[in-house]
Design a protein around this ligand. Structure first.
Ligand SMILES: Cc1ncc(COP(=O)(O)O)c(C=O)c1O
Length: 458
């Protein structure tokens, strides 16, 4: 099922890295516009630095094993590839515009599929919006709902775009951290041990709170919020009349008998929740950039206004391929032949492989119950590490990752980038690895770790 694909990472980092560029292009790159007026909009203040750029560049420069970015380096399932091929070679009208809010067969199947899961009768025209990836869904939601001065509660660690998206909409992010509970000596560390303090969470709600962003399964931690945790969030949202933006792009990727629960399915939550999904994560095709948002019409109509006046609609052929892929899944749902059964089984094997590999060198991964990421504590090996270059105020995990890429040929992502500025130093001793990788990549990781082992072992 998981056919290995050629190295994808080269496509992800700009083709310019490491190559000579033509004279005219160089001139172009060096010409800067000087304006008497302020050039960039104020809404970009404070969000113009993106830490991903540096780690992506280093990964390609050192030709390291890339366990950083969250994309599969294996092929999507055959049925999805065939659906895409059919979409580009079949009906010529799929080359043209479609309905602004989604290609009708896709909105219909999303309504049918997710209606069953959410326990709601969904109207494809009113309750579904197809977007350019889950990113597009998030951006549309923030633009449609968050106003100047509105507060948005974001649970840390968080998928890093939530903060700039809140700021760009004029909102004020308010952060609350999941905190690890104490693990007895020698006990397993689990992502479920990271919890919200109910009193602290409640204290973040004010009369200005407009929305809370939930991400389950969580990136980067892999935590799957339990029913009781979701009930706590739900009751606070209802008590304070707050919307919930629920990012559920990893909903199929849950392990060890854990269950993903959509907060919109809890009593009283459908009316105030937007549920966001991604075909990229669902069908291992992140480049297709098809996402969706589901919700009640009284909220969705505002998202439609943003969507209609920004991207208008997403590529028709990609939508057609996703529609066909869902049709296929609907026929297999819950059976061993379902991709939504096979993918998590395969990823659980990858997760366990990675855990064994990291443990064999003395690292201490926190076992995720969902997503395709795990984070590992690097404190245990800090005393075996050389002095790392970098500014004193640069979080340790960032210096560690840069050193690891250059010296050990392994790419991970420092977890502090998933925290707000004031909390980064408190969580600067974890790094995130991505395990949605093919066997060859995992074996290459094993090799790198084994070479490192001699230095790390006590
Ligand atoms: C939690 C989360 N939400 C949204 C996205 C974006 O998804 P898409 O690729 O569909 O835009 C990602 C991608 O990594 C993610 O991890």
């Amino acid at each position: 099922m998981f056919r290995s694909a050629a190295a994808i990472s080269g496509h992800l980092v700009g083709p310019l890295w490491g190559k000579k560029v033509g004279a005219s292009l160089t001139r172009c790159l060096h010409q800067t516009l000087t304006m008497a007026k302020r050039l960039q909009a104020h809404r970009l203040d404070g969000i113009d630095h993106n830490p991903w750029v540096e780690f992506t560049r280093l990964a390609s420069q050192y030709n390291a094993v890339n366990l950083g970015q969250g994309f599969p380096d294996f092929s999507p399932p055959d049925f999805a590839l065939e659906a895409f091929q059919q979409a580009i070679s079949g009906d010529i009208m799929l080359n043209q515009y479609t309905m602004a809010f989604g290609y009708p067969p896709l909105t219909r199947i999303l309504a049918d599929f997710f209606g069953k899961l959410l326990g709601q009768e969904l109207d494809p025209l009113k309750n579904v919006l197809v977007t350019v990836g889950a990113y597009g869904a998030l951006f549309t939601a923030f633009q449609a709902l968050v106003d100047e001065g509105d507060e948005v509660i974001i649970i840390e660690p968080f998928f890093d775009c939530y903060e700039p998206m809140t700021l760009m909409a004029g909102g004020r992010p308010v952060f609350v951290s999941l905190k690890p509970s104490h693990t007895p000596e020698g006990g397993l560390k689990l992502s479920s041990d990271w919890q919200l303090d109910p009193t602290e969470l409640a204290s973040k709600f004010t009369s200005r709170t407009k929305a809370l962003v939930l991400n389950t399964p969580n990136n980067p931690l892999g935590k799957v919020f339990s029913k009781s945790e979701l009930e706590l969030v739900a009751s606070l949202c209802q008590q304070h009349d707050v919307l919930c933006i629920s990012d559920e792009v990893y909903q199929w990727l849950v392990y060890d008998e854990h269950q993903h629960i959509s907060i919109a399915s809890l009593p009283g939550m459908w009316e105030r929740t937007l549920t966001i999904g991604s075909a990229g994560k669902t069908f291992s095709a992140t480049g297709w950039k098809v996402g969706w948002v589901l919700g009640p019409d009284h909220i969705m109509k505002h998202l439609r206004t943003v969507h209609q006046n920004s991207v208008y609609h997403c590529p028709t052929q990609a939508q057609a391929a996703v529609a066909k892929s869902f049709e296929q899944e609907l026929r297999h749902l819950g059976q061993p032949s379902s991709y939504f059964v096979q993918l998590p089984q395969a990823m659980q094997r990858n997760r366990d492989h990675m855990i064994r590999s990291l443990r064999s060198v003395g690292l201490d991964p926190i076992i995720p119950q969902g997503s395709y990421f795990l984070i590992t504590d690097i404190l245990q090996i800090k005393n075996k590490m050389p002095d790392l270059p970098g500014a004193a105020d640069e979080p340790y995990d960032r210096r560690f990752v840069k050193w690891m890429i250059k010296n050990k040929g392994l790419v991970a992502i420092p977890v502090s980038i998933f925290y707000s500025g004031p909390h980064q130093m408190d969580f600067d001793h974890y790094i995130r690895f991505c395990f949605v990788k093919n066997e060859g990549t995992l074996r290459a990781m094993d090799e790198k770790l084994q070479n490192w082992k001699a230095e790390l072992k006590p």
